[in-house]
Design a protein around this ligand. Structure first.
Ligand code: ACO
Length: 403
């Protein structure tokens, strides 16, 4: 890497890099990606190794604090998560203010920001103990907010968190239990959702994480910074792609377009269509997360007794695209969003919650980056340059003189 910090002072030039495709904004010790070889490691551990006994809470700790927790650290962190799962009762009124049709991502972002008002105690973040309490509070409460947003969208009463349940089963309980019938979590579903959350937990300087860092660089609080991250994640070119993929597969399933039609249209620049769940700024080889999710989908669906025609369509799309010169030349392969939606459907998650699940998974990564940045000696506010291409100087014309 070349350090160009004083390029302007030395040469009078600035570096122009739209989309920051080749600009490093920071140094980071959290996640390693080798996009050419399809490698992803969290704090040095290859993500494939989390598949055996997937535990999202453990991985959250790993990302945020730099190593796997000891048994005592894990117990204390889990207790903090349990203790902070409830929302302030008056936050419920905020949910009521949203229309039923409000996208859960909008509610999620607004409510995470609202936490800033309800928990000023979290802002004494100068020391590690306060930061850990804030991190645990946010990781725990995002799940409650997400579940309440869903219950609101379907007009059902909110279900309080159950302190006896671990992280993932507790979330599913709040989503799906009924006052007359408690949701019983199948261990296969528990493990699948833990794995999905883990595979989304960090991905270095992606759009939403860079947003969290950008907002945090102005010394905005952790909640405000992560609320901004939710907004960045929402877009269909980023986390929203998991919904767009299912919409694409459903369109094909309904017979509106064939697989071949879709691939043809995705290659045609006049259509502005893209093969959703394909392509990545960093991976020029198969995204290792897609590899795992595709394999897990093949194994899990039969075990759960789910037959989803969208899985066959996805496999067919992948096969055609991977043999097509357009996709080969541009090194476009399935990314994390290509198979995640099929798995989420299989475990009963409604489509409007897919990107919310991504956000819950990505939160530990956002927190880890926010903290890493805050701890960095000499951290500066993020403030890119631009190349002005507007009008040359002109005079203000009073209103009456304008035609
Ligand atoms: N379908 C068809 N063509 C594509 C696709 C696609 N999915 N992705 C990229 N291309 C083409 C572009 O049209 C461009 O072609 P050209 O060179 O002929 O002009 C070339 O490949 C390079 O594409 P860029 O847009 O420059 O690549 P960039 O790195 O900026 O974008 C992105 C990456 C946004 C992921 C892109 O591949 C895309 O839009 N994919 C579909 C949406 C998606 O799945 N997003 C999720 C990404 S993973 C995540 O955020 C969690």
């Amino acid at each position: 890497a070349i350090d160009i910090r004083d390029l302007r002072a030395r040469t009078g030039y600035i570096a122009l890099d739209p989309g920051y495709a080749n600009t490093g904004s920071c140094e980071s010790a959290i996640t390693f990606i080798d996009g050419d070889r399809g490698i992803l490691r969290y704090r040095g551990i290859p993500i494939e190794q989390f598949e055996q006994a997937p535990n999202f809470v453990e991985v959250a700790w790993l990302l945020i604090f730099g190593r796997l927790p000891s048994a005592e650290e894990y117990r204390a962190f889990s207790e903090q998560l349990t203790a902070s799962a409830n929302l302030d009762e008056s936050m419920k009124h905020h949910f009521e203010g949203f229309p039923r049709s409000a996208p859960p991502m909008a509610i999620l972002s607004a409510m995470i920001n609202a936490l800033s008002c309800f928990h000023p105690e979290y802002f004494e973040l100068d020391d590690r103990a306060h930061f850990q309490a804030a991190a645990a509070g946010l990781i725990s409460k995002i799940r409650t907010i997400a579940a309440y947003a869903y219950r609101h969208s379907v007009g059902q009463p909110y279900i309080y968190p159950n302190p006896r349940l671990p992280y993932v089963p507790n979330f599913l309980h709040m989503l799906f239990s009924q006052p007359y019938a408690e949701y019983v979590c199948d261990p296969l579903v528990r493990d699948a959702l833990n794995l999905i959350l883990i595979l989304h937990a960090d991905h270095e300087q992606n759009c939403s994480t860079s947003t969290v860092r950008m907002v945090g660089s102005s010394q905005a609080n952790l909640f405000a910074s992560c609320a901004a991250g939710v907004c960045a994640l929402w877009g269909p070119l980023h986390g929203g792609a998991n919904v767009a993929v299912i919409e694409m597969l459903e369109q094909i399933h309904r017979g509106q377009l064939s697989v071949e039609d879709y691939v043809r249209l995705a290659k045609d620049k006049n259509t502005k269509m893209r093969l959703m769940g394909f392509g990545h700024r960093i991976y020029k080889n198969l995204d290792p997360r897609a590899k795992i999710l595709g394999r897990v989908a093949e194994q899990l669906l039969p075990k759960l007794g789910v037959k989803d025609p969208l899985l066959d369509i996805a496999r067919r799309l992948e096969e055609i695209a991977r043999n097509d010169p357009y996709f080969i030349e541009r090194k476009l392969y399935p990314n994390v969003d290509f198979y995640s939606g099929i798995l989420l459907r299989a475990i009963g998650i409604p489509t409007n919650m897919f990107t919310v699940i991504f956000a819950i998974g990505r939160l530990p990564g956002w927190i880890a980056h926010w903290w890493e940045q805050a701890q960095t000696e000499g951290m500066r506010i993020a403030r890119p340059r631009q190349l002005y291409i507007g009008l040359t100087p002109s005079d203000y014309a009073p209103h009456e003189s304008r035609v």
